[in-house]
Design a protein around this ligand. Structure first.
Ligand SMILES: *[C@@H]1O[C@H](CO)[C@@H](O)[C@H](O)[C@H]1NC(C)=O
Ligand SMILES: *[C@@H]1O[C@H](CO)[C@@H](O)[C@H](O)[C@H]1NC(C)=O
Length: 363
């Protein structure tokens, strides 16, 4: 209450700088006198004087008198008590759960956290939740769109770029590029916030579910156009990946007339690099392009993913069945010339990587 009084003084004073000095003096004086003043207030109150009378006699605001009396009634003392802070509205269990949820799914929103805590009977304001997360070192940050490149990754990118810079355009025409991506039903490309420790810089994949869910697809393409696209049902593992390759790789290569001696590109996901998968490639005499880790900039399919997602969301799919249908339709619609252009300009991409010393590029 005393503090409130001082604030009023700050606001009213037209001289900010001078006022700062006054404020600190007031606080100092308060520290010296408050206990005494408070004792006098209580004594007078006990003697039967009213708030107004005490306020006038001691020249302190009535609200202050009232606060002193209330506190004295509650604690039976006028001593300075340690500030208890705001009492915790959440149980320790709920707090742990909040922190665990945000760490496990960094893209979870405050609203979602609020709803889930309300479900277990702890209804609190969102600011309370964010305060708890801050205390544990988790802050809302804009999700990184690109992976954080460690020096080792940059080195590998640079090595890849320099070693392939001399490749003929024909070599790139023989590559079948592949990747998996998640497509959201109600996705948007807006900035996305994630919970993360201030200094961590790991790649944050935007995998938010906007209620409607999402699907995961695998697809491939070459300079001659888009290959097959399949929806991945359930969790992807090595065996599932091999099945996808089994059912789609050779057929796509054939459709795109890549010939027998084509090169297959995939990233270094452990599911792609499983021993049995590598053996499968060997048995099929499929050459696999040695690929640097953490290098979406180097995979031209990333550009197609972006264009595909924009096109699909323009169709406004209303459920996951439609989403899959539109994905496949829009994938097929991507023109051969678009694919050819991406591959024609591939050497430019390599020079950009070299110029960036292996770091991130505009691609
Ligand atoms: C407070 O009350 C006492 C006793 O009724 C009275 O003598 C005194 O004048 C009052 N003081 C003020 C400031 O009203
Ligand atoms: C998905 O939406 C389409 C168009 O609104 C509808 O015809 C179809 O029945 C829906 N499918 C499911 C599984 O809800």
């Amino acid at each position: 209450m005393m503090i409130n009084t001082i604030h009023l003084c700050v606001i009213k004073s037209p001289y900010k700088c001078t006022c700062t000095v006054i404020v600190s003096e007031v606080i100092m004086k308060n520290k010296e006198h408050t206990r005494q003043v408070r004792d006098t207030v209580v004594k007078k109150f006990k003697a039967g004087f009213g708030y107004k009378n005490i306020s006038q006699a001691l020249n302190i605001p009535r609200s202050t008198v009232q606060a002193i009396i209330l506190k004295w009634k509650e604690y039976q003392t006028t001593a300075n008590l340690p500030r208890p802070g705001r009492p915790s509205k959440l149980s320790a269990h709920t707090r742990r759960r909040l922190i665990r949820d945000a760490a496990k799914r960094p893209v979870i929103t405050l609203d979602e956290l609020q709803r889930s805590t309300a479900e277990v009977g702890d209804s609190v304001h969102r600011t309370t939740i964010s305060r708890i997360l801050h205390k544990s070192g988790l802050y809302g940050r804009v999700a990184r769109r690109k992976p954080f490149l460690k020096d080792i990754h940059k080195k590998c990118h640079l090595k890849f770029a320099t070693s392939h810079l001399g490749d003929t355009p024909n070599m790139w025409k023989k590559v079948l590029w592949s990747d998996e991506t998640k497509i959201e039903l109600f996705g948007n490309n807006a900035k996305r916030y994630v919970w993360r420790k201030s200094n961590t810089a790991e790649h944050t994949i935007p995998t938010v579910k906007h209620g409607g869910g999402s699907i995961m697809v695998w697809a491939c393409f070459s300079s001659a156009g888009t290959g097959k696209m399949v929806k991945i049902d359930g969790k992807m593992d090595g065996a599932k990946y091999r099945t996808i390759l089994e059912e789609n790789l050779m057929e796509s290569a054939k459709d795109l007339r890549l010939g027998r001696r084509f090169v297959f590109q995939q990233d270094n996901d452990p599911k792609h690099k499983a021993k049995s998968t590598m053996e499968w490639f060997k048995n099929k005499h499929i050459q696999v392009l040695e690929w640097p880790s953490q290098s979406p900039d180097l995979n031209p399919i990333e550009n197609l993913w972006k264009e595909l997602k924009t096109a699909v969301h323009k169709c406004s799919p209303s459920n996951l069945t439609e989403l899959e249908l539109f994905c496949k339709e829009e994938w097929e619609k991507i023109s051969v010339s678009r694919c050819a252009k991406l591959i024609e300009t591939y050497p430019k991409r390599l020079t950009a990587v070299i110029a960036a010393k292996g770091g991130a590029t505009k691609y």
